[in-house]
Design a binder for this molecule. Sequence first.
Ligand code: HSE
Length: 329
Amino acid sequence: MENKIENLTDSVLAPPSGGVGGSIHVFAPATVANVVCGFDVLGFAVNEPGDEVIMRVTGKPGITISKITGDNGRLPLDAAKNTVSVSVQHYLKSINRTDIGLDIELHKKMPIGSGLGSSSASTVAGLFAIKTLLGDDTDPATLLPFAMKGEEMACGHGHADNVAPALMGGFVLIRSYEPLDVIRLPHPKDLYCAIVFPDVDVPTREARQIIRKNIQMKDAVTQWGNIAGLVSGLFMNDINLIGRSMKDILVEPVRSMLIPDFYQMREMAMELGAVSFGISGSGPSVFAFTRDEETAKRITHKLQQHLTGISIGSNAYVSTINDKGPRVL
Ligand code: HSE
């Protein structure tokens, strides 16, 4: 069945005149949200993993989902309940094109509930697919409110720190939610990201429920100093400043309890030369920034070895920051 994806070539087929037609195959990347100190306001995209959507225009108005792979049966085929179709439907409504009929295949290429923006990657792939099929060449960032609807459905909160970098690529700051103000940040080109996903389930919805609702002023001061330090480090290309700013005293102390041997893994990563280490999104994935690919690989190897030793399976990815975001395959 997977062959079907390969067989669909590079693919926006020309739409018939006067209407929309054809099919498209799109990839959207995984993302690391929060970037340790920037809860709900910072995120970046990676090269892999990512999800794929194949979208076909059908003759009959409405959206169907004909196939989902790689989800172990966890995601709904019902288009009224799936974040991809629901976000696409919101977009179609906003442009008065609910006359269009679409069929969606979703191919999950990353674990669900991993803290790598799994639902965001799927949603963004769907939105980018319909936007491209319609020949809408506005900035992909205009799709952000629709992608946030998908997040709201997936975990009860429409945060943008996964969907914004998945859509726009690169490193992104959500300066404000109301009104939405999203800023693309520069970053050192030679920054590598080592990601390890320990195979334990941490649903974002639950990981959001356990965090503190009130914080002390002195903690807020520490946190916003670090966020400003990280953003300054990105602008100044100062990897040491980036590293020493990536500290989180608000969320990590609570969420780290859901991650096996989190502090031991940090120690190992730092000993091997990581610039920084922390939870990716709401976890359980963890990530480290490094100055080179070799160090990133040594870190993923060591952490995976450790997790195997405590009988926990894992996946690992090494990537630079993905500046492109979604792309047509
Ligand atoms: N900022 C979100 C959270 C990201 O930490 O809950 C979820 O991946």
